[in-house]
Structures are given as structure tokens and as C-alpha cells.
Write a protein that binds this ligand. Structure first.
Ligand code: AHG
Ligand code: MN
Ligand code: MN
Length: 325
């Protein structure tokens, strides 16, 4: 059984990657272990409920959103290899060490609507190389393709770390000693699937191509797709993407007609991009229905984006339906 502590130096050496990147990943994953301890205790640690504050995106913060954010920031600020960080819960980026070579972007706690009802939540992270020169917002606005590593930690029935350094995807499970132990290597997502994930309550607000797509899936065997589809919606992206990594499926959060200034709900930099890198590395696909997610040129730290990701046949089918849109 390989622990993360053994895996990282081996993997870095095998692929000629810098030790400093491994060091940043050690800090991120150690912070996630600390977050895990809080999540696990819930009411016993007094961490449930609202924080009584809001973030820059106008969302109410839960206590655990704030605690997870503080744990990650504190840990990353203490790592000299971290040049700067950006978080869902911070208005703008936080500068760390002038000579730090890496930028860490994260959603400290994803799926916060599930915290108080004891349903899986997670942490999502994306790592970029810091460009030369003074750190500005532009330093972070790199295409997803530029990520040097990405991952998530799922605080579910088991606590699991899923990690990619662009040489496949690796899955680790937290053991009783607090070590991540490799439990699966290189999972692959089947191109075809019969399972989709979408918040159906938004149906009336979707654009016509998404309306058509979901109608086709719901028509099942009798419809043009010629097979029955099952649906799942946890409302935690980490749980959803983990299910897709394990057994296939397609996950969507389409653009909503209600607010044209918001092209979707999910955020490009610390939700869509890291998940897209993981899925692509596992043979899946990800797009905003018009272009590959990882090729989008970001324009803002908290930019929102329409999301279609998972089994490659479904993502291609969705892209095709949007061709004349
Ligand atoms: P966050 O808790 O970080 O704000 O993200 C929640 C996201 C994502 O995890 C999930 O897929 C989606 O919001 C759920 O949205 P609905 O509440 O509209 O179902
Ligand atoms: Mn989120
Ligand atoms: Mn969040």
C-alpha cells in the first residue's frame, strides 16, 4: 500500500517534476486533513450553521466555509513555495511569498448546502505556476490547460483525495493514522453512460439546446437516444464528479436565462477547471457547450461558467446540440 508521502516523491521523480510542487501538495492535503477533522465532528465541534457573513459573490457563508478557508490560507501562507492564493471566499487574491513558484486556487468547502444535513462535501484545488514578476490578478488568469496539478478531497463516508499532476489520476483514502493511502490508480471514465446529473428544478430557465438534450434523455429507450437514463443530484459537485470518475455519467450546471450576466453558477477557476483536468486525465471531457473548459481564457478570479462534464460521448453530443446556438 503506497501512502501519499511515498507516492509524491516517486511520481515527481518519474515525471521529472519539481520537488517544490510536491511540497505545495503536501501542504494542501495536510490542510484538508485538518478540515476533515472539523467536518467529521460537526455539532460536537460547534462548526455547523451560518457564519452570519457573505462572500464577494453575494452568497451566505456557513461556519465551515469560513473555517475551511482559514485553515487553507494559514497553511499556505506558511509555505515559502506558495507565491499567492485565490479562494471562493476571498474577494481578491492573497499574496504569500515573493519567491514562491506556485499559485493555489481553491473552493475550501464545496457543497455547503449539505453541511448541516450530513451529506458529502469536499475541497477543490487547482495549482498554477506563478508567472515572473509582480503578482497581480492577471497572474492567476491562466487557462485551465496550464494547471500543473489539480485535485479534490471528498469528505464522504470515506475521506478520499483524488489527485492529478497531468500524468493520470490517483485516488487515496484517509486511514486511521491520518495518512492518505493509494487505493486506486488511473481510473478511466467510459465514453458512454446512462446516468446524468442536473438540478431539474431549473429546467424552465434553460436555453433550448439544454431543454432538448434533457428531453431526449428523459424519453429513454423510446426516444432518439434509444436507451434509458437514470438521474442523480447530490448538490455537491465533488460528490457528483467522484461518482462520475468511479462509474461514469455526465454532470451539468447549464447557463440560466434568469441573469444573463451570470453564464452558469459554478466558478471556472476553482471548480470547473480543476474538475475538468481530472476528468480529462481519466479519459472524460469537459466543456461550456462551445469550447473545451480547459481552453477558456479566464477574465476574472470568480468568473462563472456553464458546465458540462463527464463521459466523452455525452459531452460531445451536448456540444453538437449547441453548434448553431
Ligand atoms: P459551493 O457550496 O462551493 O457554493 O458550491 C455549490 C455548488 C456545487 O457544489 C453544486 O453542484 C451546486 O452548487 C448545487 O447547486 P444547487 O443548489 O442549485 O443544486
Ligand atoms: Mn463549490
Ligand atoms: Mn464553496
Amino acid at each position: 500500500m503506497n501512502t501519499l508521502a511515498n507516492f509524491l516523491p516517486q511520481h515527481l521523480q518519474q515525471h521529472n517534476l519539481p520537488a517544490e510542487l510536491g511540497n505545495v501538495l503536501e501542504t494542501v492535503t495536510a490542510a484538508c486533513c485538518a478540515i476533515n477533522n472539523k467536518v467529521r465532528l460537526g455539532a460536537l465541534a460547534g462548526v455547523l450553521g451560518m457564519a452570519g457573513t457573505g462572500n464577494v459573490q453575494g452568497e451566505d457563508q456557513k461556519k465551515l466555509d469560513v473555517i475551511a478557508n482559514d485553515i487553507l490560507i494559514e497553511a499556505l501562507k506558511n509555505n515559502p513555495n506558495v507565491g499567492g492564493l485565490a479562494s471562493e471566499e476571498e474577494d481578491s487574491f492573497v499574496a504569500c511569498h515573493e519567491n514562491g513558484g506556485y499559485l493555489v486556487l481553491f473552493d475550501p468547502l464545496d457543497g455547503s448546502s449539505n453541511i448541516d444535513v450530513n451529506i458529502s462535501v469536499g475541497t477543490i484545488f487547482s495549482i498554477l505556476a506563478k508567472p515572473e514578476g509582480t503578482l497581480t490578478t492577471e497572474s492567476f488568469l491562466q487557462k485551465g490547460r496550464n494547471q500543473v496539478a489539480a485535485g479534490y478531497v471528498l469528505y464522504g463516508p470515506q475521506t478520499q483525495l483524488v489527485l492529478t499532476l497531468k500524468h493520470g489520476v490517483f485516488v487515496f483514502t484517509l486511514n486511521e493514522q491520518g495518512e492518505f493511502v493509494e487505493t486506486q490508480s488511473q481510473p478511466k471514465i467510459a465514453a458512454a453512460t446512462q446516468e446524468f446529473a442536473v438540478n431539474m428544478s431549473n429546467q424552465r430557465h434553460w436555453q433550448p439546446p439544454v431543454q432538448q438534450y434533457i428531453a431526449e434523455l428523459l424519453a429513454g429507450k423510446e426516444g432518439v437516444r434509444g436507451k434509458n437514463y437514470n438521474m442523480r443530484w447530490v448538490a455537491s459537485m465533488v460528490a457528483e464528479i467522484h461518482r462520475i470518475l468511479m462509474r461514469g455519467g455526465v454532470f451539468m450546471y447549464p447557463q440560466d436565462k434568469r441573469d444573463p450576466s451570470k453564464p452558469g453558477k459554478l466558478r471556472l477557476m476553482y471548480e470547473a477547471n480543476p474538475m475538468s483536468l481530472i476528468l480529462e486525465q481519466a479519459g472524460g471531457a469537459a466543456s461550456n457547450a462551445h469550447q473545451a473548459m480547459l481552453d477558456i481564457q479566464p477574465e476574472g478570479l470568480h468568473q462563472r461558467v456553464a458546465v458540462f462534464m463527464g463521459s466523452s460521448e455525452e459531452v460531445a453530443y451536448i456540444n453538437n446540440l449547441h453548434q448553431n446556438d
